[in-house]
Each structure stands twice: as C-alpha cells, then as structure tokens.
Design a protein around this ligand. Structure first.
Ligand SMILES: Cc1cc2nc3c(=O)[nH]c(=O)nc-3n(C[C@H](O)[C@H](O)[C@H](O)COP(=O)(O)O)c2cc1C
Length: 191
C-alpha cells in the first residue's frame, strides 16, 4: 500500500451504525486484533485487554443494554418501557460482532493516563485494520461498559481493569458522512 493509499484509508474510514447481517469471519477479527496490539504504549505496558463475547454472553449483554436503555427513557412497569426494552434487545442482537476493550489499571496515575492513550491508539488501529478489510466499526462508550452487571458477566475485577469501549462491527449497510475542520485551523507554526 502506498503512503497516499494509507492516508486515504484514514480519511475515508467512517463510524458505522448500520450493519448487514452477514457475519464477519474470525480471521478478519483476528487481523484487526493483531493490528491493535502494535499500538504505541509507554514502557511496553500493553494495557489493552479484549473480550470477545460469544452468543451466550451476547444474549446477557443484550439484556443489560436493553434494560439500561429502557430505564433511561421510560417509567418502569409501563408498555413504553417494555417496547423500548424489546426494540433495544433486538437491535443489540442484530449487530454481527462486538469486542469489549478494557484498560488494565496501573497503580501510578501518570501511567494510567498514558495507558488510556495507548488503548485509544489500539482501538484506532483496530478500526483502521477492520476498515481495510471492508468492515465498519462503531466505537461506543455507552452505559453498558460502566454497568456492574457487565463486569460480573465478563469476570472483570473493576479495581484491576476498566472497560473503556464497546466496539460493534460488521459489514456496513450504509456509510454516513463526517467532517473535520482544516488541520491548518488547529496548527500553529512557531519560530
Ligand atoms: C473516545 C470515543 C468515544 C466514542 N463514543 C461513541 C459513542 O458512545 N457512541 C457513538 O455513536 N460514537 C462514539 N464515538 C465515535 C464518534 O462519534 C465518531 O468518531 C465521530 O462522530 C466522528 O465520526 P467518524 O468516526 O465517522 O469520523 C466515540 C469516539 C471516541 C474517540
């Protein structure tokens, strides 16, 4: 791949919200995880952790997701709550694949900050590697990753690891648009 093609890949990657139902083959996911771990990380702390839920785990995650969504939008014990819950459940279950990303929590606050940056780099590597294989990703930081039930389900000790992202992925049904300000507006050249 030329430098120009690589820069185009970066520019053209979009967050994807609507996926085709087709499953993404496991080797495609494995390639993206392999790219993720080549992210820069200070002191080779390798703070990223990836949790790939199978269908059983996903079914429980879907319930957590749907309950949080319905609780946020509707009064409990109402038809509206039940409708919102059911819709959210189906929406979550329809996503072809997902990975939860955790950050191993260092004792030192500066190391923690730097590890958070490294995990974000890993996530972007993941997104780009998926995009290079025609797979779209939505990086979500919704309430599911903060729910106690999610930690229990995944067997994560909250003092040792923080969930920082839920990455939904699949072949895009449609790709939206995005925009950026010109880099010149964000750049100062100093003497
Ligand atoms: C730290 C972080 C958290 C994000 N959380 C969410 C989220 O919770 N839900 C969502 O739809 N998108 C989320 N995104 C994706 C952004 O909304 C998206 O990157 C932005 O709209 C620009 O679109 P693009 O990725 O297509 O350029 C997140 C992105 C980052 C970097």
């Amino acid at each position: 791949m030329t430098g120009e093609a690589f820069i185009r890949l970066i520019r053209e990657r979009r967050t994807v919200y609507d996926f085709k139902p087709d499953p993404v083959p496991r080797p495609v996911l494995e390639q993206a995880l392999e790219a993720a771990v080549w992210a820069p990380n200070h002191g080779l702390s390798e703070p990223w952790r990836f949790h790939v839920p199978g269908m059983k785990t996903r079914a429980v995650l879907a319930q957590i997701y749907a309950r949080l969504r319905a609780d946020k939008r509707c009064e409990p014990d109402t038809d509206a709550w039940r409708q919102t819950y059911e819709k959210a459940l189906q929406r979550f279950l329809a996503v072809p694949g997902m990975v939860l990303v955790g950050q191993q929590l260092a004792e030192d606050p500066l190391q923690r900050e730097e590890d958070a940056a490294a995990v974000a780099c890993a996530i972007q590597n993941f997104q780009l590697a998926m995009w290079a294989q025609e797979v779209g990703v939505q990086w979500s930081t919704g309430p599911v990753i903060r729910a106690v039930e999610t930690y229990e389900l995944l067997g994560i000790e909250p003092k040792k690891e923080k969930l920082v992202a839920l990455l939904y992925y699949g072949y895009p049904a449609c790709v939206g648009r995005s925009r950026r300000s010109d880099w010149r507006e964000k750049t100062r050249w100093l003497d």
